[in-house]
Design a protein around this ligand. Structure first.
Ligand code: FES
Length: 122
């Protein structure tokens, strides 16, 4: 099974082809936000795919529309909840907005990271 590595933490997990980057992130406890619950309605799962981009499922119009609302969109941008893993390993960088959303969704973790000195945790 392909592996998905989440940066900057370097957390890595195997993912079933056909599952989404967001599902892999949740299973790995990586800090990818998902304010809408993974139904392509918020853009908090915005990530940069640094390796394996072309192996992902095609981007649909709905995803492009939501990505238009995201911050700092790049050529490597995808929504984690809409990007299905193919047969190649992936390296995924979690965007700042996505990490912030994750901390907003997990306030107890924000406290731990504050203590650890993270620049993202408020
Ligand atoms: S979790 Fe909301 S668009 Fe992906």
């Amino acid at each position: 099974m392909p592996k998905v590595k989440f940066m900057p933490d370097g957390i890595e997990i195997e993912a079933k082809p056909g599952s989404t980057i967001l599902q892999a992130a949740k299973a790995a406890h990586a800090q990818v936000g998902y304010a809408c619950g993974g139904v392509c309605a918020c853009s908090t799962c915005h990530v940069y795919v640094k390796q394996g981009f072309d192996s992902l499922s095609e981007q649909e119009e709905n995803e492009m529309d939501i990505l238009d609302k995201a911050f700092d969109v790049r050529a490597s941008s995808r929504l984690g909840c809409q990007s299905k893993v193919g047969d190649e390993d992936l390296v995924v960088e979690i965007t700042r907005e996505s990490r912030q959303a994750w901390f907003d969704e997990h306030p107890e973790e924000r406290e731990k990271h504050k203590v650890a000195g993270s620049s993202v945790a408020r």
